[in-house]
Design a protein around this ligand. Structure first.
Ligand SMILES: Nc1ncnc2c1ncn2[C@@H]1O[C@H](COP(=O)(O)OP(=O)(O)O)[C@@H](O)[C@H]1O
Ligand SMILES: [Mg+2]
Length: 294
């Protein structure tokens, strides 16, 4: 299949042509840091593993490495507890140290595409966690994903990277940096193998209380979704369980496993329900039966 290159974008962002006959590539993305990308990535990975799927992952946040560390903590926990549990397969892609930006970008692209291609053939799902900034590696990952999931905190500061909103009327004035990045990724992908990229936005750290801001955000997002081309998935509430088990490498899906002494609460059940609803909305291929029992 011939790949048509875009002249206005660096070579490093051009997508690789491939027929989607194997693993689904899921990219967690948002140019905003602290929005919940790594947390969501880990919960999706553990859920898929528990559904008996093989999962590969690439942590592109070379500075924080939160996802890699989360998984490493999980590996150590299993070792400590003498458990044989499925773990995701990691591939690393470092930022290039070449002096030439052009050559560096090309090198990064080559390495990332080769890591994705390899994981695609040996896993059912590939999860890529991206940094909260607009890097070359992040652009390549977005353009080669089948599904982009964008967690977003419930704040107009966070919405600002997705769309420009009129401060008086709350009308949508136009796209912002991140939705333009997705737009570019989609165009590139359509030109290369005519595949589409599904984009799902999920609200994160939602408060339990209903507030004016929460309602307003819901209204603005509902208006924005068809214009910007994303679907809205049910998000995660603000819950301690989403973060308290990081050091042990565990998630709410592991409660009750050896080494966890966190008593089950209503909030944990609600969190599990949130995760189930998110997975259902994502509509990942071949999980219908597992989701019904999840
Ligand atoms: N739903 C949630 N409830 C409570 N804490 C959360 C939730 N989602 C994320 N966090 C916490 O917020 C911080 C940022 O989340 P993280 O997943 O690292 O974001 P990102 O990868 O986008 O930078 C972390 O301390 C994480 O534990
Ligand atoms: Mg992160």
């Amino acid at each position: 299949m011939r790949i048509q290159l875009r002249r206005d974008l660096p070579e490093s962002s051009q997508p690789q042509s491939q027929a989607k006959t194997y693993a689904t590539v899921i990219c967690l993305g948002n140019v905003k840091g602290g929005s919940g990308k790594s947390t969501t990535a880990m919960h999706i990975i553990v859920a898929l593993l528990k559904m008996g799927r093989s999962v590969g992952f690439i942590d592109l946040d070379v500075r924080q490495q939160s996802l890699s560390r989360y998984v490493e903590n999980r590996r150590q926990w299993a070792e400590r507890e003498n458990l044989t549990i499925p773990l995701p397969i990691e591939r690393t892609v470092d930022a290039s140290v070449l002096d030439s930006r052009k050559q560096g970008d090309a090198e990064e692209r080559r390495k990332l595409l080769s890591a994705i291609a390899e994981l695609r053939t040996i896993c059912d799902f590939v999860v890529i966690d991206s940094p909260g900034s607009y890097t070359n590696l992040s652009r390549v990952a977005h353009a080669n994903a089948d599904l982009i999931i964008t967690p977003m905190n419930d704040s107009f500061v966070d919405l600002d990277v997705i769309a420009k909103i009129d401060p008086q009327t709350y009308e949508v004035r136009g796209p912002s940096i991140y939705s333009q990045m997705i737009w570019d990724s989609r165009k590139l992908r359509a030109q290369s193998d005519r595949a589409t990229i599904d984009w799902v936005l999920m609200r994160n750290r939602l408060s339990n209380l209903s507030s004016k801001n929460k309602k307003l955000m819901q209204e603005v997002l509902t208006r924005l979704a068809p214009r910007t081309g994303f679907r809205i998935a049910p998000g995660f509430g603000e819950r301690v369980i989403y973060r308290e088990l990081f050091l042990a490498g565990l998630t709410l899906l592991d409660l009750g496993e050896p080494g966890t002494d966190v008593p089950l609460t209503m909030s944990h059940l609600a969190a599990r329900q949130e995760l189930r609803e998110l997975l259902t909305e994502l509509n990942l291929p071949g999980l219908e039966r597992e989701l019904a029992a999840f």
